[in-house]
Design a protein around this ligand. Structure first.
Ligand SMILES: NC(=O)c1ccc[n+]([C@@H]2O[C@H](COP(=O)([O-])OP(=O)(O)OC[C@H]3O[C@@H](n4cnc5c(N)ncnc54)[C@H](O)[C@@H]3O)[C@@H](O)[C@H]2O)c1
Length: 252
């Protein structure tokens, strides 16, 4: 019960890594604010948590809309009076195309969700954490935030930005007892990363991606979530500003 009675916000928790994290933080005693642009999926996460005896609520947010993000944090502060753990996880994969085929529209969309979304969230979370004397923030970047990923210029740029935000905000607020870290998942099977869909894009692509990973397999969602639980817990109390790869050795 590492998060007993802690107020935990997870964006993009209607699906994939965020949903699995919401269920896991709830099992460890957290009160979960499930937030997503997809209302149906977000409500489903809440109902799974409450069915298991946990406490959760849903707040619809498009993280690329600053007003909606501000409303989310105001709601949390008015409702609970604090925010102990904030996991800025919502993201999109962006298009799968070479630079010259990447449209300005697609670039702007990916950057607005993956990078501006994290900026909007962290900008409105830090004031609450300053008031209460500390807190923990975890941003979901990617291995594409550490190295290049062919056919994913916008995605890779957006996830590099997440690490820049993480390191800088960690330095600015370290003395205020606010820890800020990022995780960098490798390919993890979720609705965003589906090996069969990859093979439809290009025959044999999923096997080639797997072959590049030293541990020769994709990640399981719980391997990401277990790292999130640890990084957000007091067990990681002296770790801040880090981008932790959970990648079977890919970025080594
Ligand atoms: N799955 C992977 O292989 C992988 C690898 C590296 C990084 N990541 C990152 O992990 C995070 C979670 O990805 P996932 O694999 O669970 O994907 P997913 O598609 O299963 O979940 C993403 C969630 O974010 C929500 N979302 C999308 N746009 C949003 C917006 N504008 N506002 C609010 N919510 C929004 C979606 O509705 C969805 O519920 C993302 O940031 C992704 O970039 C995933």
């Amino acid at each position: 019960m590492r998060f007993k009675n802690k107020i935990v916000l997870i964006t993009g928790s209607g699906s994939g890594i965020g949903k699995a994290a919401a269920l896991a933080f709830s099992k460890e005693g957290g009160v979960i604010i499930v937030s997503d642009i997809n209302v149906k999926n977000g409500l489903k996460t809440v109902s799974e948590i409450t069915k298991n005896g946990g406490e959760a609520c849903f707040f619809e947010t498009d993280v690329s809309d600053f007003d909606m993000v501000e409303k989310l944090m105001n709601y949390i502060f008015n409702q609970y009076g604090r925010l102990d753990v904030a996991i800025n996880n919502a993201g999109v994969g962006g298009g799968f195309e070479k630079l010259i085929d990447l449209s300005v529209e697609s670039w702007n969309k990916t950057m607005s969700i993956n990078s501006s979304g994290v900026f909007y969230c962290i900008k409105t979370q830090v004031p609450i954490m300053l008031k209460q004397g500390g807190g923990v923030i975890l941003n979901t970047s990617s291995i594409a935030g550490i190295r290049g990923l062919p056919n994913a210029t916008a995605y890779s740029a957006s996830k590099h930005a997440v690490i820049g935000i993480t390191k800088t905000v960690a330095l600015e607020y370290a003395k205020n007892n606010i820890r800020v870290n990022a995780i960098c998942p490798v390919f993890t099977v979720t609705p965003m990363f589906n090996p069969e869909a990859m093979d439809k894009l290009k025959e044999g692509l999923s096997e080639r991606l797997k072959a590049n990973i030293p541990m020769k397999r994709f990640a399981d969602v719980m391997e990401q979530v277990n790292t999130m639980l640890w990084l957000c817990s007091d067990e990681a109390s002296f770790i801040t500003g880090q981008a932790i790869s959970v990648d079977g050795g890919l970025t080594v």
